[in-house]
Write a protein that binds this ligand. Structure first.
Ligand code: ZN
Length: 112
């Protein structure tokens, strides 16, 4: 599994896309996708992945975007992203997902 694939999985899970659909579109084995998600705080019901993932990242000191381990400062505010780039990408993705949530409220896309 490449870094790009991992990033894609992350982004797709944030949008509530199921393991099967992700595995298919990235041409990966279903159990590999499932394992990656479960060990990276991306498991569970698609609708709650984003929230669960944020909590998981905070708990494990991981960047919300790329999953990289964060070096937390001894004092002051805890970091949420490893870089400004990750922060920007994550915020953009979150907004896109939230917008999609509003317009696709009636559609059933859960495939987990
Ligand atoms: Zn990052």
């Amino acid at each position: 599994m490449t870094e790009v694939q991992k990033e894609m999985i992350r982004a797709m899970r944030m949008q509530g896309i199921g393991y099967r659909a992700i595995a298919k579109s990235l041409n990966l084995k279903l159990n590999r996708v499932e394992l990656f998600c479960k060990t990276n705080g991306l498991g569970g019901d698609g609708r709650f992945v984003r929230l669960n993932h944020e909590v998981w990242c905070e708990h494990n000191d991981r960047c919300r975007m790329c999953g990289k381990k964060l070096e937390q400062p001894r004092r002051g505010r805890k970091k949420k992203y490893c870089s400004g780039k990750c922060r920007t990408t994550y915020c953009r993705m979150k907004k896109a997902v939230e917008r999609a949530d509003e317009t696709e409220e009636s559609e059933h896309g859960a495939d987990t």
